[in-house]
Design a protein around this ligand. Structure first.
Ligand SMILES: Nc1ncnc2c1ncn2[C@@H]1O[C@H](COP(=O)(O)OP(=O)(O)OP(=O)(O)O)[C@@H](O)[C@H]1O
Ligand SMILES: [Mg+2]
Length: 213
């Protein structure tokens, strides 16, 4: 990925999208190849160093801590590295974009609706001011209206200068926001191109029902 790009990663269930993300995050060792982030080779790094190098992540299934409050979940996004005053200031700043963070600060995250949880997960990933945000199916399980809301957020985050790696089932929406994309099949890249190229590709159109797009 180039700096400030939005790249989307498409592929059917089991194609290897989450696995690729886990490799980038240092949670799995690649069987081959190398991982480079911001000009440094990072495969082999301990996983805790990756977020500190400027990567924020919304993991598959969001993985909020359900019994912890919204505010405590946000603190987890700082990975214990920022000073408490700085984290408070950052959460305050994010609350302007997500009023929910202030309104529900003390509520256990597990009692939020799906759409609300999606917002908290995205905000938590932004607490550390990442240069690269990785989202693994952030819109999964949301109504069409809330999906659109998530994609609007992704655009906004990108416009503020953050690169975005977006894994999505919603090919139509992700190819609307992305600069480029890759299609994975059984762990291999079978297609790569600009979002416009992929939107026009017969395989993509068939696989993702874009025919009428
Ligand atoms: N540690 C592992 N050992 C063996 N197989 C694994 C391991 N991790 C993942 N897999 C397999 O690799 C394949 C890819 O899984 P992955 O979770 O990356 O898919 P995905 O593209 O994210 O799919 P989905 O859209 O359903 O989330 C799956 O068949 C999975 O069972
Ligand atoms: Mg997955």
């Amino acid at each position: 990925m180039g700096p400030g790009e939005i790249v989307c990663l498409l592929g059917s269930n089991g194609a290897g999208k989450t696995t690729l993300i886990r490799v980038v995050l240092g949670l799995l060792r690649p069987s081959g190849g190398e991982v480079w982030l911001f000009g440094r080779r990072v495969d082999g790094w301990m996983p805790h160093r990756i977020p500190r190098s400027g990567v924020g992540v919304v993991p598959e299934g969001r993985r909020l801590f359900p019994k912890m409050s919204v505010y405590e979940n946000l603190l987890m996004g700082a990975h214990g590295r920022a000073a408490p005053a700085e984290v408070r200031a950052r959460v305050e700043e994010l609350s302007r974009r997500f009023p929910l963070l202030r309104e529900r600060a003390g509520q256990p995250a597990g009692t939020l609706s799906g759409g609300e949880q999606a917002q908290v997960a995205i905000a938590r990933a932004l607490v550390g001011r990442p240069r690269l945000l990785i989202l693994d199916e952030p819109s999964l399980g949301l109504s069409p209206r809330l999906c659109l809301e998530v994609f609007r957020l992704v655009r906004e985050i990108h416009a503020a200068g953050t690169a975005v790696l977006l894994v999505e089932q919603n090919a139509r929406q992700s190819l609307m926001v992305a600069d480029r994309g890759y299609v994975l099949q059984k762990g291999q890249v079978v297609l790569a191109g600009t979002a416009a190229d992929l939107r026009a590709d017969p395989l993509v159109r068939r696989a993702y029902s874009l025919a009428e797009a």
